[in-house]
Design a protein around this ligand. Structure first.
Ligand code: BES
Ligand code: MN
Ligand code: ZN
Length: 491
């Protein structure tokens, strides 16, 4: 699909979209259409009780006096914020596909403080919502496929819009990569094939290294390797580097849990719903998409992305409850449940990252605990951090992007829950505080580096549509962390 900007409306189009302010006040573009249609716009607004509230829309079909097949009114509320504009673009994209439209023009002539920025965000919203994973639908009738081919946003601020949109488009590309990775089935996406996808980021100037099991064994990554030892697939660690700042500047680092399938291992998960565990690599998917976004928009920052890629399978060679593994840090972990595997992967990935890169800060993302879904549902991601400034910056980026995050506590008192006699710690706590005990374990592997852990178990996959993502893989975290970097760590 193509999204572009113009300062004048093209002659003929399928759908024309114009804005209405809250309280039914027509924008100049809407007034022009109203005049051309002999008052159809204002009459429709009254008849439908359309108030112009933001995210409200109203369709007027086959209007006389214009060449378009359809007019859509979009509510502008009391003015759209950047995020509102993106969400409006997303909602319009869904509406246009639902009515089988191919070609639409959106007039954004009023209704935002910065029209160029709003136009760019709206275009990005259209692109984000247009994503669809349909690679394996071989028999879908053409009329069931998305129809929308072209969206033109008419705005007086075209050059601003184009400039601003360039980086938003790069971020959308990152989001789409993440959604592809998360959506691929686990027979197609496994540690080595995931690593091969990551290597493609070299085209954008990202340097990509892949460590295999032999190299990880040499480094002493007993925790990560233990998780993968029951799988026929070789475990991998991917290290991506983007150099957008001077070479000597310490990087920011992102670390992703990439369990390409989580059966639970010997502590096998129940059958129903197990197919969902293909998206247990969501954290790694976000890190890959984020690196693509940063490189694609040439972010002025040095960034490192580390992916811990394993498959957690039950097998004769699989790790057992009772096993004790030695991590790269030297600390030992007694396995009490092989289904608490994400923290084992991250223990080595985090230690490796801080040890090798001495980053300014380190953020990990993981679909780590079912308990996080119990705590926060599917609206907020939960996070833990040893740094108040980083936490505040994350929360602000969450509000700005709509990828909201909520901080939960870390505290020494919880450490008792992962005590064991046989080793330095065990890999599960008790029934309570399941997300916290996981985070407490991770904290032992960050070695005083400013750090945040995002538990994205509840937000990585959605069973329902939202303005910026059709149901399925959300890529929650890419826009959040891109924004965190853009607002705090560039230049
Ligand atoms: N990948 C799961 C967590 C998860 C569950 C993510 C459901 C998304 C949806 C993780 O590896 C896991 O199995 N965690 C266990 C930990 C428990 C054994 C302490 C859990 O949450 O049940
Ligand atoms: Mn598990
Ligand atoms: Zn898992």
């Amino acid at each position: 699909m193509k999204v572009g900007f113009a300062d004048k409306a093209p002659q003929k189009t399928g759908t024309i979209i114009v804005g209405v302010h809250e309280g039914r006040k027509l924008t100049a573009a809407a007034q022009m259409l109203d005049a051309a249609t002999d008052g159809a716009v204002s009459r429709s607004v009254k008849t439908a009780g359309f108030n112009g509230k933001k995210h409200q829309t109203l369709q007027i079909l086959a209007p006389a006096g214009v060449k378009a097949d359809r007019i859509v009114l979009m509510g502008l509320g009391k003015g759209l914020s950047a995020l509102d504009a993106a969400k409006t673009g997303g909602a319009l994209c869904a509406l246009l596909n639902a009515v089988h439209e191919k070609d639409a023009v959106i007039h954004l002539d009023e209704g935002a403080e910065d029209l160029g920025d709003a136009a760019a965000e709206m275009a990005s919203g259209v692109q984000l919502r247009s994503y669809r994973f349909d690679r394996y639908r071989t028999r879908e009738p053409a009329d069931k496929k998305p129809s929308l081919k072209k969206v033109t946003i008419v705005t007086p601020a075209t050059s601003d819009a184009r400039k601003r949109h360039k980086s938003l488009a790069a971020v959308a590309e990152g989001v789409h990569l993440t959604r592809d990775l998360v959506s691929e089935p686990p027979n197609v996406l496994y540690p080595e094939s995931f690593a091969a996808e990551a290597k493609k980021l070299a085209e954008l100037g990202v340097s990509v290294e892949v460590l295999g099991e032999k190299q990880m064994r040499k480094l002493g990554m007993g925790a990560l390797l233990g998780v993968g030892q029951g799988s026929l697939r070789e475990s991998q660690m991917v290290v991506m580097q983007w150099q957008g700042a001077r070479a000597s500047a310490a990087p920011v680092a992102f670390v992703g849990k990439g369990v390409t399938f989580d059966t639970g291992g010997i502590s096998l998960k129940p059958g129903p719903g197990m197919e969902e565990m293909k998206w247990d690599m969501g954290g790694a998917g976000v890190v890959a998409g984020l690196m693509k976004a940063l490189a694609g928009r040439k972010a002025k920052v040095n960034a490192v992305g580390v992916l811990g890629l394993v498959e957690n399978m039950p097998d004769g060679a699989a790790q057992r409850p009772g096993d004790i593994v030695t991590t790269m840090s030297g600390q030992t972990i007694e396995i009490h449940n092989t289904d608490a595997e994400g923290r084992l992967v991250l223990a080595d990935a985090l230690w490796y990252t801080q040890d090798r890169f001495k980053p300014r800060y380190m953020i990990d993302l993981a679909t780590l605990t079912g308990a996080m879904i119990i705590a926060l549902g599917n609206e907020y991601a939960g996070f833990f951090s040893n740094d108040d400034d980083l936490s505040a910056a994350l929360s602000a980026a969450g509000e700005a992007t709509g990828e909201k995050v909520w901080r939960l506590p870390l505290a020494e008192a919880y450490d008792n829950l992962i005590k064991t006699d046989g080793a330095d710690m065990k890999n599960i706590g008790g029934r309570g505080a399941g997300s916290i005990t996981a985070a407490q374990l991770l904290q032992r592997f960050v070695n005083d580096t400013p750090w945040a852990h995002l538990d994205i178990a509840g937000v990585t996959w959605s069973s329902k549509d939202s303005p910026l993502a059709a149901k399925g893989a959300t890529a929650y975290g890419v826009r959040l962390l891109d924004r965190l970097v853009a607002d705090n760590y560039e230049g």
